[in-house]
Design a binder for this molecule. Structure first.
Ligand code: SF4
Length: 54
């Protein structure tokens, strides 16, 4: 579990109570074609919908 990662995406398979991420590691990418300039330009590539993994 990555230390210091707080996440509020409670629809993610890896999300745990207390806004914790239970993934072994996470990958964060930019969605921008160029550089990321604000947090909204980035996102967690490790996200998996909790309804996808049953
Ligand atoms: S994998 Fe990403 S989206 Fe899912 S709980 Fe961890 S940090 Fe949040």
């Amino acid at each position: 579990m990555p230390h210091g990662v707080k996440c509020s995406v409670d629809s993610c398979h890896f999300w745990k109570e207390g806004n914790k991420c239970a993934a072994e590691k996470i990958q964060v990418n930019t969605y921008s074609e160029e550089r990321a300039y604000k947090s909204g330009d980035t996102g967690c590539k490790t996200f998996r919908s909790s309804s996808d993994i049953l």
